[in-house]
Design a protein around this ligand. Sequence first.
Ligand code: CU
Length: 325
Amino acid sequence: MSGFVKALLLAVDALPFFRYTVPTNDRQEAGRPFSFLFRNPIAATKEARIRKMRNTFVVFFCQMEEIMQRGFRALCLTVIGVLLAGVAHAHFGMVIPSDSMVMESDKRSVDLTLSFSHPFEMIGMDMEKPKVFGVMANGQKEDLLGDLEKTQVMGRAAWKADYKIKRPGVYKFFMTPTPYWEPAEDCFIIHHTQAVATAFGVDEGWDEELGLETEIVPLAKPYGQYAGNVFQGIVKLNGEPVPYAEVEVEYFNGDNAAAAPTDYMITQTIKADADGVFSYAAPVAGWWGFAALNSADYTLEHDGEDKDVELGAVIWVKFHEWGKR
Ligand SMILES: [Cu+2]
């Protein structure tokens, strides 16, 4: 939870103070939009009172929304979303290439965008410069950290790089972010993230292991999939399969056109089998992220205290529409 949201919740707790100190005359004159201050009787229990205050606060923002301009509306909706839903939705390391199948006729470069975001809800987070960013192709790794430039994704700090493809191959891009401190979960998050692009007709090497601390090793090609195809991968941690690993799946809602019928359907959670193998059929075309989550067997220090580390092995796969003449 951000400091901003904490400040808002503090403000919620301060609301009764304002309510009890506003004189009666002023209350009558107040009318809308501040009528919310006087509407609720005092709730019996503290818990109920806080809940009511939260609701009141939401009403306050909705009333403000009518008054204020668009910029404030966006903020307002975000705050309401956070207050109502909690901060439970899934964040994903994201490495999104501009193209996953570079053909002879295409331009010979791939633009990569790196971020740490909530891909379905299109809520961004600031990402520090990654610790590692590279590509593996034709059995060799290349360090691309120096190519990263600052950019914005979903209005937050993110990174981008332009990679020139010089020869045919399957290019596996990978990123290890700087540990992200998540106060809401009282832990650090590290999402080792990869995306694969093939260039100029090569179709081998997509199943090679990168040798990351944790990774999803694809069992189906991580490019050239049709919407509806089943994607399979093995979840590995320190090189070993992880039985029954939990895998969160989310659609990159880039144009914000998709809507989930319920909050349960924003992130789809599946589990790997006893051999660490998971399967998922993407229902629509687009980029889909798979994040296998495990706890690290080490801690990292935050303000002098040892904190747990959530490890994510993330792979992004593009699924395509069925073609027609
Ligand atoms: Cu998050």
